[in-house]
Each structure stands twice: as C-alpha cells, then as structure tokens.
Ligand binder design. Structure first.
Ligand SMILES: Nc1ncnc2c1ncn2[C@@H]1O[C@H](COP(=O)(O)OP(=O)(O)O)[C@@H](O)[C@H]1O
Ligand SMILES: [Mg+2]
Length: 392
C-alpha cells in the first residue's frame, strides 16, 4: 500500500481490489496493469478469468465479510465487477479503504424492486411494472398487464437468467404459465414488466469520480436475442436529440446517486420514440467492450481512473466499433462434446480482433469471449464483426 494523501488521486503503484474476477474484472485488471497498478481480486472461483492478470486472488464467497476484509486490507481502494456483493462484505471492506461504488448505491441496484422504485421516486422514466412477493401477487400482476410480460427475479439474475416470459404465445395465459414464471423467479420476490414494443435497445455508460467529475460515453446500440446481448456498436446511430436525452438521463442518475465509479444505464427506445430506463449496472458493461476500440478512453481505463480519483479520460468516438459475444455453444457440438474453434477464419476479416476470457469450461449461453471490429460506419463495423462470427 502507498501512503494515502487525503483528497489526492491514488497514483500508479497503488493496489486496487476488485470484487469479482470474471471477464469484467479481468479486463479492468488488464487496464490497471497497463497503467502500473497492482491488483487483487476476490472471487469464489480460484480459476476465474482474472487469475493470470492479478497479483493475488482471494477465494471467497460474495457474502464472506472476512474474505472482503482480507481483500481490502491489502488495497488502497476496492471496486467491483458484480452487483451481488453482500452488504456486510461491502461494510467490512470499507473499514480498511474506500469502496467505489459504495454500499448504498449497491443496495439500491442489487434488488430490482428497490432499483425500479428508486428510479420512479427520482422521476426517471420506466415502463409499466409491478413488484411481486408471492405467487398470488404474481398471478394478479400478470392478469393486470393482460398481455406479454417479463417476470424477473429481484436479485441475482443476469443474461436473462431468473426470468420468465408469459403471454407471448397465441394461447391465453394459463395457471401453468404462471407456475412456470414463479419457478423462473426462484419462487421469490420479483417484478412483472409489461413487454415494451422496442424500436431498439441502447445503453449509456457514465463515469463519475469522487471529486465529482462526470464523463458520459456516447450511447451504444445493443442487439439481444433470447435476452442475451449478441452484438453492440458505438456510436448508436440514433437521432441526436434522443442521444442527448439518453446521456442526460445517465448523467442525472449518476449525480443523484453521488456515484463513484462507472454506471451503465440500459434503456429501451419504444416505437413511439419514448426512452425508458431498463436497468442499471454500477460497473463495466458488456455493451461497452467496443469502447476499447471506438473511444479515446475505454470503459475499463475509465473505471480505474474513476475509482482512483484521477482525471477522467475523454470519451469521444475515434472510429465506429462493434463487438459480438462468443458464447460457450460455439465450443460445443450437437452432442455437447468440445470442438476446436477456428479463430483464424474470423481473424482473416479485416479489422477484426479476438478477445478471450480464458474460462476453463464452455457452457451453453456462457460468455467465453468476444470479437471486435472497426468500420467507416457503425453499420459496417457490425457487418464485419458478424461476418467474422459467422466464419467460425
Ligand atoms: N419489459 C421488457 N420489454 C421488452 N424486452 C425486455 C423487457 N425486459 C427485458 N427485455 C429483454 O430482455 C433483455 C434482458 O433483460 P434485462 O432486464 O436487461 O435482464 P438482464 O439482467 O438479464 O440483462 C433486455 O435487454 C431486453 O432485450
Ligand atoms: Mg440487462
């Protein structure tokens, strides 16, 4: 640890702790290393993707406050790449060094019901939703929506996990459908959201430092299939007035929270041109992986700058860039056996780069890596990165 100068930036040579050593933690760590920081991570899995990049890996559960103390004791600042850190762990870490973003913002975001209520309370636009805490409330909410809806667990879901879809088929919703949704929620609290008629999905990444400096990245345009992000591109090619509204919303959310670190704001653009906040993530985000190639400063470097209270980097677009996710399915044949993936074919496409997370086991739906591409236009970047993906 380096001696802290009160109110001063944490300079290279300091040690950054990260709750979570998944791909987001790994890529943050790679950025931090490049700037001369030391890094410790805490992860329940000692084989986590960050393991090769960091100075040390503490094997502990998200709610293990002793593990959190062990992490923070060796660090000058602690940040996170995942929302599911226990409040006691956050508090325990905070007795040793600053934790950015802090426990208060995390408490709001890690519970979908709290998060939605917070957005409503502060006047941010969200779609129709109903908080449910029992099977009967779920039943009533689905009846009230009276159409296609998404049922999402209050905690722990990601990449569409912990979610059930109801009312999308031609048949009226049955008791059995509601049962299925209740199981998808893990038979616990959640929200029922009316399905939004989407024109497209976008996200806006905002960074805010402890000294209150704010930088809002240009919006990303995100394409999902089966509730998982397939590709994403910066810039988003949306109407400039819409873009500016989206960035304003992200800035206001960050300011209202008094954020220290990164915050990704996922948004829906409806067919009526309305902008709705879908969900928040106080960390790097899959839809900003292309910022490494599209923007002056990547989201990962910006995260490090923000938590170390360094001046934030510029976020202007240098060139359009897109990514496509590589899921575990790619490594598995129809029988579920692992197969070789011929990355040379993808890399033959001009401007394409490969990013793998060194995950040990491919599983269907698991994010194993991504491809990125640049183009003269966002459309060309998407076209090239998909061409590379389809060559695999
Ligand atoms: N209310 C909704 N209307 C339309 N599409 C939705 C709705 N909720 C979720 N989706 C789709 O599912 C995806 C994943 O849902 P999201 O709430 O972002 O959960 P996750 O935490 O898994 O990312 C969204 O990006 C969107 O494509
Ligand atoms: Mg999402």
């Amino acid at each position: 640890m380096s001696p802290a100068r009160p109110g001063a930036a944490l300079l290279p040579g300091s040690t950054i702790g990260i709750f979570g050593g998944g791909q987001l933690g790994r890529m943050m760590a790679m950025s931090a290393r490049g700037m001369g920081y030391r890094i410790l991570v805490l992860d329940p899995d000692p084989g986590c993707p960050a393991r090769f990049i960091v100075d040390g890996c503490i094997e502990a559960a998200w709610d293990d406050s002793r593990g959190a103390a062990m992490l923070a004791r060796g660090c000058d600042v602690v940040t996170l790449e995942i929302e599911q850190i226990g409040q006691e762990s956050m508090a325990s870490a905070a007795t040793f060094c600053p934790v950015r973003p802090g426990g208060a913002i995390l408490a709001v975001i890690q519970d979908r019901i709290e998060q939605k209520n917070w957005l409503v309370k502060h006047g941010f636009p969200v779609g129709e939703f109903h908080a449910v805490r029992s099977f009967d409330q779920l039943h009533q909410a689905i009846t009230e929506v009276n159409g296609p809806c998404f049922c999402k667990s209050a905690t722990g879901g990601y990449d569409g996990r912990g979610q059930g879809k109801v009312g999308f088929g031609p048949q009226p919703t049955s008791e059995e459908d509601v049962r299925g949704a209740w199981e998808a929620l893990g038979e616990g609290p959640g929200v029922v959201e009316k399905a939004v008629d989407l024109e497209r999905e976008i996200s806006v990444m905002v960074a805010r430092s402890p000294r209150g400096e704010v930088k809002v990245f240009p919006a990303a345009w995100n394409h999902h299939e089966n509730q998982i992000l397939v590709w994403s591109v910066i810039p988003a090619s949306i109407d400039p007035a819409l873009e500016s509204r989206a960035r304003q919303i992200a800035r206001e959310i960050a300011d209202t929270f008094g954020l220290e670190g990164l915050l990704a704001v996922e948004m829906f653009v409806t067919r009526d041109g309305e902008l709705l906040v879908n969900e928040l993530a106080p960390r790097p985000h899959n839809s900003y992986h292309e910022s490494e190639r599209a923007c002056v400063t990547s989201q990962f470097e910006q995260a490090i700058r923000a938590v170390c209270d360094l001046p934030l980097g510029e976020v202007d677009v240098i060139q359009p860039a897109a990514i496509v996710n590589l899921l575990g399915d790619l490594w598995l044949d129809a029988a579920g056996k692992t197969r070789e993936v011929c990355f040379d074919k993808a890399l033959a496409v001009p401007g394409v780069r490969l990013h793998l997370y060194e995950k040990l086991k491919p599983r269907r739906g698991r994010k194993m890596g991504h491809l990125s591409a640049v183009g003269h236009t966002p459309e060309e970047a998407v076209e090239l990165v998909l061409r590379a993906r389809n060559a695999l």
